[in-house]
Design a protein around this ligand. Structure first.
Ligand code: AMP
Ligand code: ZN
Length: 487
């Protein structure tokens, strides 16, 4: 396989091993189409802002995509936007999350969807997540969803007054992905009256008589809206073909959403094929105070981190410090530590900014490259990859052009933008600061001049002026933070 790394004269290439949730084991990635990688990631439900836990799912999907590119595959990545069908209750009984938000805010559902989609895209940009080949919007695919449902209705579905339901007993091994029916799997009980099996799920939800929904379409089963799971089966096949390579999502999707997608895919393809060769799931970002939840009023969104002065890439680095399959605990201390680590890296590569890259030939650099490739090829071990990029940045007595090329290649996978973010951007800059940065710089300049003149009284007075404005002066700080806000 040709690879970005071969350009750098990399010696041996480790095969890419990824953890497949279907088999609960590491497998060597073998593409459906030679030289290509086709990946579908379940996107956000746009009824509210994404929280930083949701964004962990896309940092993971982006790391996967970057790794596949690094291994030389031509990547086609799809992320969908769920603007219809996702209910407040996974058991098909609640309201549509978007209809509910629109009613509460007395706004058009389309405006709500647009607003929160834009907010999500802003977070995608801020975190340096690569734009996928397609953003597929669920409401653009409703005719195809109805067509898909028509094709499976006779053999696999039954109608109830509330809608069309999928009979999970009609496909082989339903729930295998979730390990339903074992100690490991969660069992679920669905409260909709008349369901044949607790796990049966809605393919089409009829608008109840006498009600009008803002989003509803005509169908052979009456006016209504598609069930949530349908969109991903339909859009992944439309944009990536059947089967495709990798389907990603958060670990919660392993239990209900993805088993249901698989059941639909099996029904539609008249085969036991799950639709994707590999199903990959990121573990959760957890936060003890419970502020993560979108439904709990105030919650942790990326903008809150930015408002408190943190560069969003510090959050990206914080995610990369943990393995994507491990739970990651959020705390402000962890974020501050990640910011410092990012700053150290940016400072270490600063002397290479104006250096032209050269082919990597030095054995010590090649060795680091091999180790880096092995780390990311080991089910995306970014925690190790980070220590290797740090080792590369600290490398002395090597050609600077080679060193730059090596770090650039590594950063292409990690996405930390080490050669473009500035030291100043990484400074904690809380929105609520009482003094502007321009004023701080100007006072610091005056203070430097006073010290040069040995006017220590003036220098101390200027320092006190900054302290009074909430700014701590950090003389001689090894990381060259000249000042920091007093929090
Ligand atoms: P949603 O908008 O709820 O459909 O979720 C978008 C994505 O975020 C899905 O892949 C979820 O599985 C994932 N997700 C939800 N909560 C978390 C969390 N706390 N940590 C990591 N991923 C999450
Ligand atoms: Zn999905």
């Amino acid at each position: 396989m040709a690879s970005a790394m071969t350009d750098l004269h990399r010696p041996a290439e480790t095969p890419l091993h990824l953890f497949n949730s279907l088999t609960r084991s590491l497998e060597i990635f073998t593409p459906v189409h030679a030289g290509e990688a086709r990946v579908y990631s379940c996107g956000p439900t746009v009824y509210n802002y994404p929280h930083i836990g949701n964004m962990r799912a896309y940092v993971f999907a982006d790391t996967l995509g970057r790794t596949l590119r690094h291994k030389g595959y031509k990547l086609t990545h799809v992320i969908n936007i769920t603007d219809v069908g996702h209910l407040t209750d996974d058991a098909d009984a609640g309201e549509d999350k978007l209809e509910k938000a629109a009613a509460e805010k007395a706004q058009s559902i389309w405006d709500i969807a647009r607003h929160y989609t834009n907010a999500y895209w802003a977070d995608i940009d801020a975190l340096g997540i690569t734009q996928p080949a397609h953003w597929s919007i669920a409401t653009d695919y409703v005719p195809q969803m109805i067509e898909f449902a028509k094709q499976i209705a006779d053999k696999h579905c039954y109608e109830l007054p509330s809608g069309l339901y999928f009979d999970t007993s009609t496909v082989s091994d339903y729930g295998r992905l979730a390990r339903h029916g074992t100690d490991e799997g969660e069992s679920r009980i669905d409260p909709v009256d008349g369901k044949r099996h607790p796990a049966d799920f809605a393919i089409w939800r009829k608008t109840p008589a006498g009600e009008t929904r803002q989003m509803e379409w005509d169908s052979p089963w009456g006016k209504g809206a598609p069930g949530w799971h349908l969109e991903c089966s339909v859009m992944s096949e439309a944009l990536l073909g059947f089967p495709f390579d990798i389907h990603t999502g958060g670990i919660d999707h392993r239990e209900i959403h993805h088993p249901n997608e698989i059941a639909q895919n099996q029904a539609h393809s008249c085969s036991p094929d799950s639709g994707a060769r590999m199903w990959m799931h990121n573990n959760f970002l957890v936060e003890r105070s419970g502020k993560m939840s979108k439904s709990s009023g105030e919650f942790l969104r990326l903008q809150l981190l930015i408002d408190k002065g943190y560069h969003p890439l510090a959050y990206r680095l914080m995610c990369l410090q943990a393995h994507y399959r491990s739970e990651l605990e959020y705390s402000w201390d962890n974020l501050a530590a990640a910011l410092t680590r990012l700053k150290r890296l940016v400072m270490a590569v600063m002397p290479l900014r104006d250096v032209t890259s050269a082919t990597v030939e030095h054995p010590r650099l090649l060795d680091l490259l091999t180790k880096f490739d092995a780390a990311v090829s080991d089910d995306l071990n970014t925690a190790i990859a980070l220590t290797l990029i740090e080792e590369a940045a600290a490398m002395k007595k090597v050609d600077t052009g080679e060193k730059r090329a090596l770090i650039e290649a590594m950063d292409k996978v990690l996405g930390l933008q080490l050669f473009s973010i500035t030291r100043e951007e990484l400074r904690l800059r809380p929105k609520a600061a009482r003094i502007s940065e321009a004023d701080i710089t100007s006072i610091l300049d005056q203070r430097k001049a006073a010290r040069a003149n040995k006017d220590f009284a003036a220098s101390d007075a200027l320092r006190d002026q900054l302290i009074a404005a909430g700014v701590d002066v950090m003389d001689g700080d090894p990381l060259a933070w000249d000042w920091r806000p007093i929090l």
